[in-house]
Design a protein around this ligand. Structure first.
Ligand SMILES: *Cc1c(COP(=O)(O)O)cnc(C)c1O
Length: 301
């Protein structure tokens, strides 16, 4: 994975609306890191995996929903380094497993379904009892890697991207772990922009403080009005945008994260939110496997 860090492809979008305003729009294609488990997730996992290896723990335990990109990435990463992975899945065992859960199993993850009462209570202590496993045998990764260690891993995303001298770096935001990592490692003269994909995310500052161990940080700009109804919710306008974006620039996006982020940034450019001569770098954090949950023919790609 580290070898891949040195080669994030950058696409430059060329369009009349950008030329007119002398704005440069770049997309960092983290989605190309792996066809299924792409993007920011492998970065967030990095130090948890290192921790397991350095302490000789054989198992990673984590949790997520039935469509979780985080579960799929954990399953893949664990298999590639020879660790056992256990995924605790929110909700009863379904009659038909989601595409994501099938991928997890393909990568050797053991899935355990937890009802919606038990799921939010999960911690290392409960895992110990539930799985009959002792703490010295496993590393626990919170949902979405939401932990300072996850943010530290995500900070590596910026390592080489800082050389692009962007005025703004934009990312879709779920747990805010990626956001915190980028904030901690971006150059001081780069403004970070978060596009939350959940409705009413009002606790971003607390989250970032926790993720950065209460260190002071440069506050991001937060575009809170692009959740399209909430997490994994979508509208026809969003789907239309994603299809047009693909037709115009040949970049596929996902409807949970990167479609919303690109919609937000494009609209903000068109409504003059960004000063002229801005150089905007959008992180394509991947997540394309999630589009498989859409009805056939929804997307043109
Ligand atoms: C998980 C995910 C995010 C959000 O990352 P957080 O660190 O949880 O904020 C963004 N984009 C994609 C494609 C993701 O899968």
């Amino acid at each position: 994975m580290i070898a891949k860090l040195a080669s994030i492809k950058i696409d430059t979008i060329s369009a009349p609306f950008l030329k007119e305003k002398e704005i440069e729009l770049l997309v960092a294609r983290l989605d190309l890191i792996h066809p299924v488990v792409s993007g920011n997730k492998l970065f967030k996992l990095h130090y948890f995996i290192e921790a397991a290896k350095s302490t000789n723990k054989a198992t990673i335990v984590t949790l997520g929903g039935a469509y979780s990109n985080h579960l799929a990435a954990t399953a893949f990463h664990c298999r590639s380094v020879g660790l056992k992975s256990i995924g605790l899945v929110r909700g009863e065992s379904p009659a038909k497993k989601s595409h994501t859960l099938l991928i997890c199993e393909e990568y050797g993850m053991q899935l355990i379904f937890l009802d919606r009462k038990e799921y939010p209570l999960i911690n290392e202590d409960r895992i110990t009892k539930l799985l009959n496993i002792i703490p010295s045998e496993f590393v626990f990764i919170p949902e979405g890697g939401y932990d300072p260690l996850g943010a530290k891993g995500a900070s590596m995303i910026m390592t080489e991207l800082n050389d692009l001298n962007a005025t703004h770096v934009c990312t879709a935001t779920g747990t805010a772990t990626t956001l915190a990592g980028i904030i901690s490692s971006a150059s001081d003269n780069t403004k970070i922009i978060a596009v939350p994909v959940l409705k009413g995310m009002t606790d971003l500052e607390e989250r970032i403080s926790f993720l950065l161990n209460n260190k002071p940080y440069n506050k991001p700009l937060i575009l809170n009005e692009y959740h399209f109804g909430g997490y994994a919710k979508k509208t026809d306008a969003l789907i239309q945008f994603m299809n047009d974006f693909y037709k115009d620039y040949r970049i596929p996006t996902d409807f949970v994260y990167t479609g919303k982020m690109m919609f937000a940034i494009t609209e903000k450019i068109k409504t003059d939110y960004f000063p002229e001569r801005s150089r905007i770098l959008c992180l394509h954090t991947g997540g394309l496997q999630g589009n498989d949950s859409l009805p056939e023919n929804t997307l043109v790609f």
